[in-house]
Design a protein around this ligand. Structure first.
Ligand code: PEP
Ligand code: MN
Length: 357
């Protein structure tokens, strides 16, 4: 017996298709046992068929009123693809929206180290208009002898900062069994480069429904990156931010090589917001500013930047951490670049009551 062929399919509606036409197609898709993902593009409505569809079963749909044509999905990811959702996804994290004209800057220490370091950095970041504080509580280090992070205590410190300072926080989750606990303390789960293909973790992060900042694996192609994002989306979590953080190349002058073209390429392939991490990309604070400026110019929807009040004392990634004063200068430059391309970055606060621990 010949094997049944399964293809992912998109139903493209006619330009003048009515709401009733769309509803009718959706109910036929459901009757055939598939889920439907309706996406209104600028000119046409597109209905993605979810489930391993058999083209012979779906063929009948092409005769329904309002249907223009059926399109097989040729990419190995579908929910992440622009074919499925032509318009930019707006990812809402409390009052912050990723994917709009605003470029969102997330900043803070590589790792949460102690109360003084965290509160000092948080206060300085808040003053610069940063609404999302970064800080690793669980650190995936190359060496088992390096500082591994404060763990749960670090998360509790972040949680306290977010409540008392009115900031949002992003922090890394290392394993599937930590997802629920990390979700209770942070607003965005970070999945690091070393875990980009930890499928159990991606699925658990998907099931959590929590916003996820997914970093590109250091040797991953963009297609592999988008398939990793698909694991989260396929688990009913649409809140995915992609983060380009540099890839492994033959070059050793920088820690990684920032793939700047990943920004426009991803923006073409997917509707998901694209964030750039110039800190892990370069490994040196003096290169962070130029590369961050390039990322905004290239169309990044956000940045993730490491800042430490005393980089020489940092327990991780001090060499690539900006001091708050340099970060302030960079924000001024970034705002000017954002404005030049029709976007904007939140202004610095006029006065902030610096809360203390
Ligand atoms: C980090 O953000 O500090 C980090 C460990 O990132 P990456 O997973 O990109 O190396
Ligand atoms: Mn780091």
């Amino acid at each position: 017996m010949a094997a049944v062929e399964y293809r992912d399919m998109i139903i493209v509606m006619q330009r003048n298709a009515s709401h009733q036409h769309v509803e009718n197609v959706v109910s036929h898709v459901h009757e055939l046992g598939y889920r439907a993902h309706v996406s209104a593009g600028e000119e046409t409505v597109i209905i993605g068929v979810i489930g391993h569809s058999r083209p012979d079963q779906l063929q009948s749909l092409s005769d329904l009123p309002g249907v223009d044509h059926l399109l097989p999905v040729t990419k190995p990811y579908k929910l992440a693809s622009r074919d499925f959702s032509p318009l930019n996804s707006l990812i809402q994290v409390e009052d912050v929206t990723f994917g709009s004209d605003e470029v969102i800057v997330m900043a803070g220490p590589c790792a949460v180290e102690d109360e003084r370091q965290l509160w000092e950095t948080a206060a300085a970041m808040k003053e610069e208009g940063v609404r999302i504080l970064r800080g690793g509580a669980f650190k995936p280090r190359s060496s088992p002898y390096s500082f591994q992070g404060l763990g749960v205590r670090g998360l509790e410190m972040l949680d306290q900062v977010r409540r008392e300072m009115g900031m949002l926080v992003v922090s890394e989750v290392l394993s599937e069994d930590q997802v629920e606990m990390v979700c209770r303390h942070v607003d965005i789960l970070q999945i690091g480069t070393r875990n980009m293909q930890n499928f159990a973790l991606l699925q658990a992060a998907g099931r959590s429904g929590h916003p996820v900042l997914l970093k590109r694996g250091m040797s991953a192609t963009l297609e592999e990156f988008l398939q990793a994002a698909e694991y989260i989306l396929a688990n009913h979590n649409p809140n995915v931010l992609l983060c380009e953080r540099g890839i492994r190349t033959f070059e050793t002058a920088t820690r990684n090589t920032l793939d700047i073209s990943a920004v426009p390429v991803l923006k073409t392939l997917t509707h998901l917001p694209v964030v750039v991490d110039p800190s892990q990309a370069t490994g040196r604070w003096s290169f962070v500013g130029p590369v961050a400026r390039a990322a905004v110019a290239a169309g990044a929807d956000g940045l993730l930047i490491e800042v430490h009040p005393r980089p020489t004392e940092a327990l991780s990634d001090g060499a690539q951490s900006l001091k708050p004063a340099r970060f302030q200068e960079l924000m001024i430059e970034l705002r000017a670049i954002a404005t030049a391309i029709g976007r904007h970055i939140a202004p610095a606060c006029e006065s902030v009551s610096s809360a203390s621990a």
